[in-house]
Design a protein around this ligand. Sequence first.
Ligand code: ASP
Ligand code: MG
Length: 491
Amino acid sequence: MNLRPVDAPAVIPDNGRPANGPVVMKFGGTSCEDAAALTRLARIVADRGPEHPVVVVSAMAKVTDSLVELARLALAGDIATADAVIARLRERHLTALRELAGEALPAALAEAEAAVHGLLQDLSELVRGIAAVGELTDRTRDAMLSFGERLSPWLARLALESAGLRAQIVDARHVIVTDAQHTHAQPLYPESQRHADERLVPLIAAGVIPVLGGFIAATSQGVTSTFGRGGSDFSGAILGALLGARRIEIWTDVDGMLTADPRVCDGVRRIKVISFQEAAESAYFGAKVLHPSTLLPAMEKSIPVWVLNSRADMKILSGPPDGQLTGTLITTRAPRTRSPIKCISCKRKIAVIDVVSTRMLQAHGFLQAIWDVFARYECPVDMVSTSEVSVSLTVSDTRSLVEIVDELGRFAEVRYEGRKAIICLVGESLRNTPGVAAKVFSAMGDINLRMISQGASEINIGMVIEDDDVPRAMRQLHDRFLVDLDPAVFA
Ligand code: ASP
Ligand code: MG
């Protein structure tokens, strides 16, 4: 099972730094998708000037998807199509650079252009190498996917310089050290701390803005690793923890965290303030705004995290945003609300597996044997419920489902069904509001509940239903629980 934030061991060393350090500002792919977005990025960063911003950027929007496609083409030996993809990447980066530099910065433009050409040359060689050996290890996949976040800092630096700011690129692979679990690496904090102290702290002290690519890091052997798709948020939080940041800002293209997914449900509202635990539970169960493990380092160091919209035509404040204008603040303590629930998230297109004991094994041996199978296939289990003779579990990664069911079938009866969804209600006040379950069940009406669970943290209630029932269930629950909301917490 995935490690949940609430269970995470304290692994970040105490760096003795008071939490009034820099502001770590992470910008997602759409916040640096073209020259216009990058110009907005620079304006936002300029406004944080006195607070010592540290900038972390994702790849330009869709670039990582192109790199995934490039890996596939390389494996298939289709060099011609791969070269066309690389040419488009080159054009897109060069166009943005030229627009950002205008006439004003010829030397900085020439340096950035040369860097882009050099990186894409390396990428093209990597593609040829993969095509030649006809094999793609996780380690090589990380090397491949790293290019987006190696390119984007050049764009961000030029944008910052065009806005008159002093910025310097720091290769994230020279700062964040990870283990060797390629494609889903974990940070090694003591080593990373040393690098952050050496490479970032002096720059910040000198009033220079460090610019780093998110998502990428390196093993202690210096081999490129990544945190998995969407991992730039995690990079931002790791750097925030290492630097004792006063605040971590996650700039994206939505107004913050919402009470539900607006594509599935009408009348959703923005959440102004939410606790780490609530945000983690809802991220884990499908809210797309944040990568689920993002909050771990911030939570451990009690660093407030703001989710903000870089597209919103908002007045950008100097100093901490006051929450009146935009965004969501994620913090250690969130105010209590009248409504026991703060948001409803859902994870769709999951499968439910029922494992029924054939009594060949003792109960404890039975559970152990089940976990061993899922662990061997590295398949995370999202929800579990057990009875005397059976265990039901849900998985969203169905790649190895057939193999898993086959192995489980050696010692138990197994059934599985797809097209299910988990709906999860999250709120700290759930813990001490009696009678919520009854209200939830009545709101669900005639919708069939396949599984129900309340997590150990007691701040979520999860239900498994048919995927087709999701829109109706969301609407009914939202109408019941998310009306008459406290203006201090909901926008
Ligand atoms: N560029 C990477 C991705 O698209 C990481 C990120 O954006 O967070 O998954
Ligand atoms: Mg992203």
